[in-house]
Design a binder for this molecule. Structure first.
Ligand code: AMP
Ligand code: ZN
Length: 466
């Protein structure tokens, strides 16, 4: 059976193939770099990585664009509070995000694009939307008039028939169920950063950045647009309203959304304070492969409840597979003999592949691998695993690892690196500034557990290894 995905737009599982040249044009919403990403965020980014890898395994070429949101309400608040320029404020978090992605073995997209490098293009698109009658101005800001776009709501399947014409919102994020005219361009105010453009001074709203950069690099109609489930409304609904008003074409053929990572039944989020960064978790001695495995193991449309026990099970699962691989590579097996075991390995591979074809059902794919490993180990224990079954078993593990990528051990296992220490020291300084002393103490302890001692001086914290 062919590759298929659940499409939020149609609410159906549909067969997927790209529209032209065997190339998948894909846009995924990237991070807002106002602090460290937490592993809830990384659930979404890990999903993009699995998606990339499986599309490639199925013979497609990728043209994947992801944005870095480096101008937005929270960023501006943070930068102003610290007396920094936007660049100064976002550079460290952007680098930290890219470092974390590398640690989690997330493949870089073909293009990573920064919002602040596309401001003039955004202004031009806003002007064009105005010429087509989709916008209005108020006090120097420009708003999108959603009553002009009757299909508004088609992605989130909300009925907006009773919308209040003319009611509007200025903030980038809002999660109320009622639709509002949203801001495309914000007038400069109170010392906030702004750009001079053909539509006057100001800065873009969050939603316009994705539509403009996606069209600029991928064309009018994308094959896939993906993001976390919380982005469906309003962000993606607004992206569609902007893009389709600009081009008159469908913006994306497939919309894929990742469910939440939960902690004790609640969404992991900055605002609830129930989050763990990757750095925290590695600081407690867990391997990055275990985090990657845990995030990948639950199919993306199911919620994933994060626990440290779950992380331990993930580490144990990886160990089991590594031992099995070593056993295949080193144990002496009896000569060819019974062909049924080789056939079992090939069958497990077929089940693994069809599970991933089925809307990336990673749980079923893993079950196929582990069932086979259990059977094979039993046969090996009995001295009945023929050498002819070794190559197809290794082929199964290879295919598994081309997607899950957890069998190679991380290079710097155990030892905490200087960059990681500095990142934690900086985070602690920030926590202290925000009077979050519990967090500051937690970081001090975490470093101490890893043999790093902090000393507070009047010039800030100094650290040394014990
Ligand atoms: P942000 O940096 O806040 O723009 O978020 C980056 C991505 O992480 C978005 O696609 C969000 O939908 C996603 N995200 C945020 N919190 C969670 C969570 N708890 N579980 C899964 N994805 C999340
Ligand atoms: Zn977006």
């Amino acid at each position: 059976m062919a590759l298929r995905f659940f499409n939020t737009l149609t609410q159906r599982v549909e067969e997927f193939s790209p529209v032209r040249d065997n190339t998948v044009r894909m846009y995924t919403c990237g991070p807002t770099v106002y602090s460290y990403a937490h592993i809830g965020n990384f659930r979404a980014f890990t999903f993009y990585d699995l998606l990339r890898r499986w599309l490639r395994a199925r013979g497609f070429t990728l043209e994947h664009v992801m944005n870095i949101t480096d101008v937005e309400d929270k960023i501006i608040r943070g930068a102003m509070a610290e007396g920094k320029t936007l660049d100064q404020y976002t550079a460290g978090y952007t680098q930290a995000f890219l470092d974390d992605c590398a640690v989690l073995r997330l493949e870089p997209p073909e293009r990573l694009v920064r919002a602040t490098e596309h401001i003039q293009e955004m202004a031009r698109s806003i002007r064009e939307l105005g010429e087509k009658g989709y916008t209005y101005r108020s006090e120097g800001s420009v708003y999108y008039r959603i009553a002009r776009f009757p299909e508004y709501g088609k992605l989130s399947h909300k009925n907006f028939s009773g919308i209040l014409a003319g009611a509007r919102v200025d903030v980038d994020e809002y999660d109320k169920d009622d639709a509002r005219d949203f801001v495309l361009w914000k007038a400069p105010k109170n010392g906030e950063p702004f750009w001079e453009t053909e539509i006057g001074p100001g800065r873009p709203g969050w939603h316009i950045e994705c539509s403009v950069m996606a069209i600029q690099y991928l064309g009018q109609t994308l094959d896939i647009h993906a993001g976390g489930i919380d982005l469906t409304f309003p962000h993606h609904e607004n992206e569609i309203a902007q893009a389709e008003a600009l081009t008159g074409q469908p913006f994306a053929r497939f919309w894929l959304h990742t469910e939440f990572l939960l902690v004790e039944g609640q969404k992991m989020s900055k605002s609830l304070g129930n989050f763990h960064t990757l750095r925290d978790i590695l600081g407690r001695g867990y391997q990055p492969e275990a985090v990657r495995y845990l995030l990948a193991s639950v199919p993306y449309r199911k919620q994933l409840n994060f626990t440290f026990d779950g992380l331990k099970s993930a580490a144990a699962a990886i160990e089991r597979l590594r031992s099995f691989k070593l056993r295949l590579e080193t144990a002496r097996m009896p000569a060819p003999g019974d062909p049924s075991m080789a056939a079992r390995a090939r069958q497990a591979l077929a089940v693994f592949e069809s599970a991933l074809d089925d809307d990336l059902n990673t749980a079923e794919a893993l079950a196929a691998v582990f069932e086979f490993v259990r059977e094979a180990n039993t046969r090996m224990d009995a001295g009945e695993f023929p050498s002819s079954a070794v190559p197809p078993s290794l082929a199964l593990l290879d295919r598994f690892d081309s997607v899950f990528d957890v069998l190679r051990p991380a290079l710097s296992q155990g030892a905490i690196g200087d960059a990681e220490i500095q990142a934690l020291v900086a985070e602690r300084a920030q926590a202290k500034k925000a009077r979050d002393f519990a967090r500051a103490d937690q970081i001090r302890q975490q470093l101490l557990d890893q043999g790093v001692v902090l000393e507070d001086t009047k010039d800030g914290a100094r650290w040394k290894r014990k």
